[in-house]
Design a protein around this ligand. Structure first.
Ligand SMILES: Nc1ncnc2c1ncn2[C@@H]1O[C@H](COP(=O)(O)OP(=O)(O)OP(=O)(O)O)[C@@H](O)[C@H]1O
Ligand SMILES: [Mg+2]
Length: 208
């Protein structure tokens, strides 16, 4: 898999802006370059059908998600937003009786190809869940889990404290770090787990 795509290339030279505001605006307008190539795509869903126990939840969905752009998927409850999102990092595989047709490409590569490692997919395509899902372990273990399994070499205690401080949760949980994370409130659990996934990304830049 490729890690980075090049920024889209833009053609045309920017004309020097004029002195008056009007000239500047016209100059800017004329100089606004149009992309020569279509914007690169991070994800593509191609004719995707996902069913639970044979009952389709989404039918023939094709969708492009552009690289480095924010895309919102909006629709009524039960229309299949989460189902589609879970397909983007292969989380539906954990749901019993799910079947999928169609293709999902990540930077042009088939996410469901036999050679694609689903763990690597989930490492690259993060997801913040609607409902928090802490592991039935301590708060400490939940926050440190990602960095730990990724071989973080720094001080895990420091990292956990830093993550929880950044999430403004340290004072709330510092006295019960070794108690079950299932006792966290919904918002706190979501924030803590989200922070932990960010901590995980700092493993190569622990001071970043
Ligand atoms: N594990 C499951 N087993 C069976 N059916 C499911 C399962 N998960 C979702 N569904 C069904 O699939 C359809 C799409 O559900 P999904 O959760 O993707 O919708 P959503 O758009 O994310 O809804 P919401 O806005 O409420 O989060 C619904 O009809 C739902 O009942
Ligand atoms: Mg949902």
């Amino acid at each position: 898999m490729t890690n980075e795509l090049e920024e889209p290339k833009f053609a045309g030279k920017v004309r020097p802006a004029g002195n008056t505001l009007n000239e500047q605006l016209i100059g800017k307008h004329e100089a606004t370059p149009l992309p020569q190539e279509p914007a690169p795509l991070a994800l593509q869903a191609i004719d995707v059908v996902i069913s639970y126990g044979g009952q389709p939840a989404i039918k023939h969905v094709s969708l492009d998600i552009q690289y480095r752009k924010i895309t919102a998927i909006i629709g009524p409850s039960g229309c299949g937003k989460s189902t589609l999102l879970r397909a983007f990092n292969r989380m539906n595989e954990y749901v019993p009786n799910v079947t999928m047709e169609g293709q999902i490409l990540f930077h042009g590569e088939d996410l469901y190809a036999p050679a694609t490692d689903p763990v690597e997919v989930r490492r690259r395509v993060g997801m913040v869940f609607q409902k928090p899902n802490p592991f039935p372990k301590s708060i400490f273990n939940n926050v440190s889990w990602g960095p730990k399994i990724n071989g973080y070499k720094g001080d895990l205690h420091e990292l956990v404290e830093k993550s929880l401080r950044q999430a403004a949760l340290w004072d709330e949980v510092k006295d019960r770090l070794y108690q079950s994370a299932l006792g966290l409130s919904g918002g706190a659990a979501t924030t803590a787990l989200h922070r932990s996934s960010i901590s995980d990304r700092t493993r190569n830049h622990p001071h970043g």
